[in-house]
Design a protein around this ligand. Structure first.
Ligand SMILES: Cc1cc2nc3c(=O)[nH]c(=O)nc-3n(C[C@H](O)[C@H](O)[C@H](O)COP(=O)(O)O)c2cc1C
Length: 177
């Protein structure tokens, strides 16, 4: 059985989770850009940063899977919004569903973690996107404020770190099953 941790990370928070998970499980962690043949692995743990609903590198990587009958697949999202918020979980599951083939989605175990953001490190495109989003969501009434909107408002222009390695326990528990 060959295991792999694959991650898609732009600013490093998802990589931090992937590296710590790798340290704790002794499973190799590689960025998705370095995966040459995804079909060589039996157990795949994909950690992807969330960017405007997209899970970085996920569809590009998992869409190349051929025969998944004997494989296990775990998808771990790393975003800013509260990963315990029901609506956020619901939205993220639907986003994943729309980005990968049905049979992979149905097989995948999905887990959500919280990352962080440092506005001083964002590139121009990301800074502009967050500025537009912030001004749009700030205008919404309180009852329309989702966990994602709240996270944007509360962290706007700041440096915040919600990384919590103890949240990796639920992934490790799943791997051991
Ligand atoms: C342009 C942009 C869009 C984002 N979109 C979302 C989003 O839709 N949902 C969410 O929960 N977090 C969103 N985030 C927050 C990132 O998912 C969060 O910062 C994550 O920790 C980044 O991972 P990385 O450091 O591995 O790149 C966004 C951040 C940026 C800069």
């Amino acid at each position: 059985m060959t295991n792999i941790i694959i991650y898609g990370s732009h600013y490093g928070t998802t990589k931090e989770y992937a590296d710590e998970l790798s340290r704790r499980t002794k499973i190799q962690a590689l960025p998705y850009e370095k995966i040459k043949e995804i079909n060589n692995y039996d157990n795949i743990i994909y950690l992807g940063a969330v960017y405007a609903g997209g899970i970085l590198g996920m569809s590009k990587t998992l869409n190349k899977l051929n025969n998944i009958a004997n494989k296990t697949i775990m998808i771990v999202t790393v975003g800013l919004a509260d990963p315990t918020d029901e609506q956020n979980i619901h939205n993220k599951i639907n986003q994943i569903k729309s980005q990968i083939p049905k049979e992979i989605f149905e097989k995948a175990k999905i887990i959500h973690l919280r990352g962080g953001i440092d506005y001083s490190k964002l590139n121009f495109a990301h800074k502009t996107m967050m500025k537009l989003l912030y001004h749009a969501v700030k205008k919404l009434p309180e009852d329309k404020q989702t966990a994602e909107n709240k996270a944007i408002i509360e962290t706007y222009n700041k440096k915040v770190d919600f990384i919590d390695f103890s949240s990796l326990d639920k992934i490790i528990k799943e791997i051991k099953k």
